[in-house]
Design a protein around this ligand. Structure first.
Ligand code: 3EB
Length: 363
């Protein structure tokens, strides 16, 4: 008899590689998060009913794996095709267990009636963030996917200051206000997340939802982000260090953006090698915590696929070299140039650990 497994798996390809796959494979996609070079103007994905986020950022290394693809594991023979839909500005696709979607919103000035309820002006990014999250939470209620495993957040000029506040902090205000308004903080474990700055483009948030509760993982070396002191902004960031999703034969670990932070403080200003070491120590700690929860050594650094965001292109060899020293020569990673949410942070590493496997599961 076959035991239940999670009906999802990951695959990694360059953007153009997706369209070279056979049709049934493409139809099994829940969605994808793709980095594309700013020079590439590809509207190829708009023709298909699959949510594919295209983020423009320089790919520094590992271009062969610039897209993280979420594949449904449900055998095509089951006769249950994936369902695509849209809700407000959200595009999504789902099977019985998982829903992948994304939303892109331009930053526009809040309507006058909303703005006038507040004593101070609402920053357009804060307003867009709150709107985007409210739409996502409404979709979750409507389609009955009560759990969030992962959010990926991208915005322009993340360290810029306007309305008297750094833009990442404006984002945190909008996100937290939506979480509070929709009672998400009480609704279950906080999702894993990342928040990065790109050169250009609208606020873009991708998400993976499901029907089985995950376990939130925190890092014993770090203060939980939702408990950061006020010096990091008026509202704390709503995320956990990782989420662990368990099934009988299969486990997934969604590791949040991880950086050179110990306690709540940034460590090793202006020293990218030391920041890389500290970030790897944090990844080790999060993975150890997940393995401790599972009661076995399921997750190992060298099996995991990483996405590495590097602030300064010139730092790439130093970061990659330090990762190889720590993990081994054959690291699986894509390196992307992006801005990190604290000005002094020079890199951030995130990962998905779980099955990159074949379509059917026997036994
Ligand atoms: C940190 O640990 C670094 O705001 O969603 C990492 C992962 C970071 C997610 C987020 C921010 C976020 O605080 C920054």
């Amino acid at each position: 008899m076959s035991l239940p497994i999670l009906s999802i798996q990951t695959a990694y390809l360059p953007f153009s590689g997706i369209f070279q796959q056979p049709q049934p494979w493409q139809e099994g996609m829940l969605g994808a998060i793709c980095f594309v070079e700013p020079s590439v103007n590809s509207n190829i994905a708009e023709a298909v009913e699959i949510p594919m986020v295209q983020l423009q950022a320089p790919i520094l290394d590992g271009a062969d794996a610039a897209c993280e693809i979420w594949l449904s594991n449900v055998a095509p023979s089951s006769g249950k095709p994936l369902v695509h839909g849209s809700h407000g500005a959200i595009q999504y696709r789902f099977n019985d267990d998982f829903l992948f979607g994304f939303i892109s919103l331009p930053e526009s000035v809040p309507p006058h009636d909303i703005a006038s309820q507040n004593k101070t002006d609402i920053a357009p990014l804060q307003y867009a963030t709150e709107s985007a999250y409210r739409q996502i939470f409404a979709l979750m209620a409507e389609l009955n996917y009560p759990y969030i495993y992962r959010f990926w957040n991208y915005m322009a000029d993340i360290n810029g200051i306007s309305y008297g506040l750094e833009r990442y902090r404006q984002f945190n205000v909008g996100r937290k206000d939506a979480f509070m308004a929709c009672s998400r903080e009480a609704a279950g474990p906080l999702p894993a997340a990342c928040a990065l700055g790109l050169a250009d483009g609208p606020l873009t948030i991708a998400f993976l939802l499901g029907r089985k509760a995950p376990v939130a993982i925190e890092n014993p070396r770090q203060v939980s982000a939702y408990e950061y002191p006020e010096e990091y902004g008026p509202r704390t960031p709503s995320f956990s260090r990782a989420t662990l999703l368990c099934a009988e034969q299969d486990d997934f670990l969604f590791i949040s953006g991880t950086a050179s932070i110990v306690g709540h403080q940034t460590r090793h200003q202006s020293d990218v090698v030391a920041q890389t070491k500290e970030t790897l120590a944090n990844l080790d700690a999060v993975i150890a915590e997940a393995n401790r929860m599972l009661g076995r050594q399921k997750f190992v650094l060298r099996d995991i696929f990483f996405r590495v965001y590097v602030r300064h292109t010139a730092d790439l060899p130093l970061v990659r070299n330090e990762m190889q020293r720590h993990i081994g020569d054959t690291i699986k990673a894509v390196f992307v140039q992006a801005e990190i949410c604290r000005q002094e942070l020079l890199l951030e590493i995130e990962a998905t650990a779980g099955h990159i496997s074949t379509l059917s599961c026997t036994q």
